[in-house]
Design a protein around this ligand. Structure first.
Ligand SMILES: *[C@@H]1O[C@H](CO)[C@@H](O)[C@H](O)[C@H]1NC(C)=O
Ligand SMILES: *[C@@H]1O[C@H](CO)[C@@H](O)[C@H](O)[C@H]1NC(C)=O
Ligand SMILES: *[C@@H]1O[C@H](CO)[C@@H](O)[C@H](O)[C@H]1NC(C)=O
Length: 174
């Protein structure tokens, strides 16, 4: 009797669980791009490609998304309170701050600032290769560690612009 009940219940339980776990999620990150007016603007991007369940050995079942092909990987350690000055992105690249803190501001727009806290929310697409550029400072008392990877052929990942300006959920203030 008990196993009969279980055999009735288990499939519907499994379906319920599958439904509960079936939320499609997307990677969201800020981006710097050059506007038609030749200024750098900040946008919040949601990648078009959703996370999927990996079938790779060692990470089977985990959430994964391929962001882009890249051509190189630089690991950079910025000193405490470093001032990167006004600059454009050298090439369209993915930058991920692993630790520390970065503050990005725009010469033409005193009201907008993008704070990036090192860690899982540390991803930014830097694609403002021409124009006025942006300021970056690293105002914390710790080193800021970043990895940077140029995007192959300068190709930006397909994305939707969620809003102009920083991503709300990723924006952090000191
Ligand atoms: C999960 O979502 C996809 C896309 O919306 C849908 O095709 C699929 O049937 C869903 N699976 C379950 C178990 O709900
Ligand atoms: C990445 O490289 C693979 C293998 O060369 C290729 O099939 C794929 O189209 C590339 N993707 C992009 C976005 O360039
Ligand atoms: C954009 O700015 C760059 C300087 O970074 C300049 O060389 C270029 O001519 C400008 N383009 C336009 C369309 O104003």
């Amino acid at each position: 009797m008990r196993s009969f009940l279980l055999s009735l219940l288990l499939p519907s339980l499994r379906t319920a669980l599958a439904h509960a776990q079936n939320t499609t999620t997307y990677l969201t990150a800020p981006a710097l791009i050059t506007s038609p007016q030749n200024t750098t603007v900040i946008q919040c991007w949601r990648l078009a490609q959703p996370f999927t369940r990996s079938s790779l050995p060692g990470i089977t079942g985990s959430q994964t998304v391929t962001i882009s092909n890249t051509t190189r990987l630089d690991y950079t350690i910025l000193p405490p309170r470093y001032d990167g000055g006004l600059h454009t992105a050298p090439v369209p690249q993915l930058v991920h701050f692993l630790s520390g803190l970065a503050r990005i501001t725009l010469p033409q727009d005193a009201d907008t600032e993008l704070w990036i806290v090192g860690g899982k929310g540390g991803l930014v697409f830097a694609a403002d290769t021409v124009g006025l550029g942006h300021f970056t400072t690293y105002p914390s008392d710790q080193e800021t560690v970043a990895i940077a990877a140029p995007l192959q052929h300068g190709l930006l990942p397909e994305h939707e612009v969620l809003n102009e300006g920083p991503c709300d959920g990723l924006q952090t203030f000191l």
